[in-house]
Design a protein around this ligand. Structure first.
Ligand SMILES: C[S@@+](CC[C@H](N)C(=O)[O-])C[C@H]1O[C@@H](n2cnc3c(N)ncnc32)[C@H](O)[C@@H]1O
Length: 258
């Protein structure tokens, strides 16, 4: 199976739970559109739209929104949730739109999951009208105060490790400049998410399939994981509260004249 097919299946499987697990995307979508500041009536293309966190923020501002995603499940859900958005199943690096069709191209938390961000940025520039704006968000990897949980996961399930080629904010700005964007700006955003108690943290992990993962362990190891999880979560709760530390950078650029 190709990595593109794997990605499609992954996001198809996440459609219904996506914005519950990734609780921050709705807020980040609004902030990304604020940074881009499109005028009412602007033609906006949201790439890798998912459930529409960015696209619906653009709709609220009165933009004419087209959304694309490589996951058929996400596109079907976008169409039923937001009939006024034109939604299509397309790959970010092969956008089937004429040159210069949009005033703003957005992509929320997408460039870091692409095999070839350079090809996608070239497409974003191609479909933008001269002087058009690109606005992208990039997740900032922060373990924060959940180091103990990462260690626990690594102990029981093995460490996924950090992808060697994870896209950094500096690298993204470099790629944007190379793709022909200038007037680059970058905004750092922190969104800490407090969890009421250990049970709430467990429920959040359950959304991500942790109980199913535990079923793959021998029963005594699964019981051990639960014990250690709740001990760690109780400790964090008592020592100032359970908080998921999440951060992102919002990148904006303008398509420079050829
Ligand atoms: C992390 S999600 C972000 C969704 C949404 N933009 C948001 O902010 O909530 C990444 C999205 O990009 C889509 N995606 C992944 N690879 C893609 C590709 N090559 N072309 C288009 N969309 C892609 C996924 O299906 C998924 O919906």
């Amino acid at each position: 199976m190709t990595s593109t097919e794997q990605s499609r299946r992954k996001y198809d499987a996440l459609v219904d739970r996506y914005e519950e697990i990734f609780f921050y995307v709705a807020d980040m979508g609004r902030r990304l559109v604020e940074v881009a500041a499109p005028q009412p009536g602007a033609r906006v293309l949201d790439v890798g739209a998912g459930r529409g966190a960015v696209a619906r923020a653009a709709l609220v501002r009165g933009c004419v929104v087209t959304a694309v995603d490589s996951s058929g499940g996400m596109v079907a859900r976008l169409r039923s949730d937001h009939p006024t958005i034109t939604a299509r199943q397309l790959d970010a690096s092969r956008l089937d739109f004429p040159t210069g069709s949009f005033d703003l191209v957005t992509a929320g938390f997408v460039v870091q999951v692409l095999d070839d961000p350079t090809a996608a940025l070239a497409e974003f520039r191609r479909v933008l009208a001269p002087g058009g704006t690109v606005a992208l968000s990039l997740e900032r990897q922060t373990v924060g105060r959940l180091g103990w949980l990462h260690e626990l996961n690594a102990e029981f399930f093995g460490s996924p490790g950090e992808p060697a080629d994870a896209l950094s904010a500096d690298r993204l700005d470099t790629l944007l400049a190379k793709a022909g964007f200038d007037q680059l700006t970058r905004t750092e955003v922190d969104i800490p998410k407090p969890m009421a108690d250990p049970g709430a943290l467990w429920n959040w992990l359950a959304l991500q399939g942790v109980p199913q993962a535990l079923d793959t362990l021998p029963p005594d190891r699964a019981a051990e994981f639960r014990l250690e999880f709740f001990a760690g979560a109780e400790r964090m709760h008592d020592e100032g509260g359970i908080v998921l530390d999440f951060g992102a950078t919002l990148h904006r650029g303008v398509s420079a004249p050829e």
